[in-house]
Design a protein around this ligand. Sequence first.
Ligand code: PMP
Length: 428
Amino acid sequence: VLPGSQLAERARRAIPGGVNSGQRSIPGLTDLVITHAEGARFRDADGREYVDYHAAFGPPLLGHNDPDVSAAVAEAGRTVDLCGVGVTRGEVELAETLVELVPSVEKVLLTSTGSEATFHALRVARAATGRRLVVKFQGCYHGWHDAVSLNVISAPDRVGGRDPISTGILPEVLEATLVLPFNDAGAVRAAFAEHGHDIAAVIVEPVPHNVGCLLPEQEFLSALREECTRAGSVLVFDEVITGFRHDLGGWQAISGITPDLTTMGKAIANGYPVGALGGRADLMELFSSRPGGPAFFAGTYNGHPAVVAAALATLRKLRTEPVHEHVFRLGDRIRAGLADVFAGLGVPALVTGYGSVFVEYFMTGPARTYDDLLRNDASMFIGYRRRLLEHGVFELPLNLKRSHVSYAHTDADADRLLEAAEAAARAR
Ligand code: PMP
């Protein structure tokens, strides 16, 4: 018996489903016991090595165990610890850095996860407006709370959907969540015409990455801004994935559309648990814990010195080294290379993404909306990615999941992916 299977068996005894990751439902992957991760690779307990394009759903933009980030964490571990009073120098520097980098952020609070950031964003929006409704979009995921955890509420049996009852979401929370089609400015205008007086917030992943990777139309993002401004609703850009990865200033810097609140996470600290909520000073000031303040805010580990050090080291490197240049070039190379591979084999495919993110849909035609993605051949997608694993290339074999390039990936790693893709697509 290989050590990996023994550990996996122990995991199943002590951990529900045997894993803490979001891969509970993927056959075979719950037997994967990771022992090492460095740069673009991870290794399992049985010594198998994978070039990692899954990248833990996105955080390690610099690659696993980046030496500068690891050194900063170790240094923080020697010099300062969680005290839960006042602030540390690192927290001040991180807050100032985020205010400087992200265009709409005037003040910022740190959390431990992206989910907490979106939770607090919606809560403060309701407190500020005195309203109830939250608008979200099909295919967008905003963390594990309330109805925003559901990719699609209206049709739980569809790709990425979940059954609201089994997630324990209260009916009144579901009723307070309007789910609209992404990239549909008309649907946004219609929803505001009917419910505008009761819409507290619109929350959107400016580029939905949680099922596939849909690129936003400028007219759609503009409509969100216009309608929120007109109705006095709070526009929340959930930049947990787009932030820092696509641009240091997030998608708001790319699109020029200014949200009222921004949620951040993932690439901000290269994999250490840091989230952040920032935005307009008047909204953020509602979190000041003055007596009777509407939106009390807490979290024992917020601003933990070790993870703050990780974030500062990550952001320093993103600002001083050609990280974006590298991942954009490699991402372009991979997208073009994969498209050539599939075309050469006569496999109907649409390879898309942005910058360091790529995804291979097995379908033709455009991918504008969530509904378009339902044309993807899920069994081909999953089968192809399972075969990639046999070639030592890890892309998550879960329908429509995106893949990521890091600063640690090399051209040789891209070649390895393209060779594996050819073999995996040929064997269909
Ligand atoms: N928002 C978006 C856009 C995300 O992709 C995620 C995580 N996949 C979250 C929020 C939640 O972040 P976390 O998992 O850190 O709670």
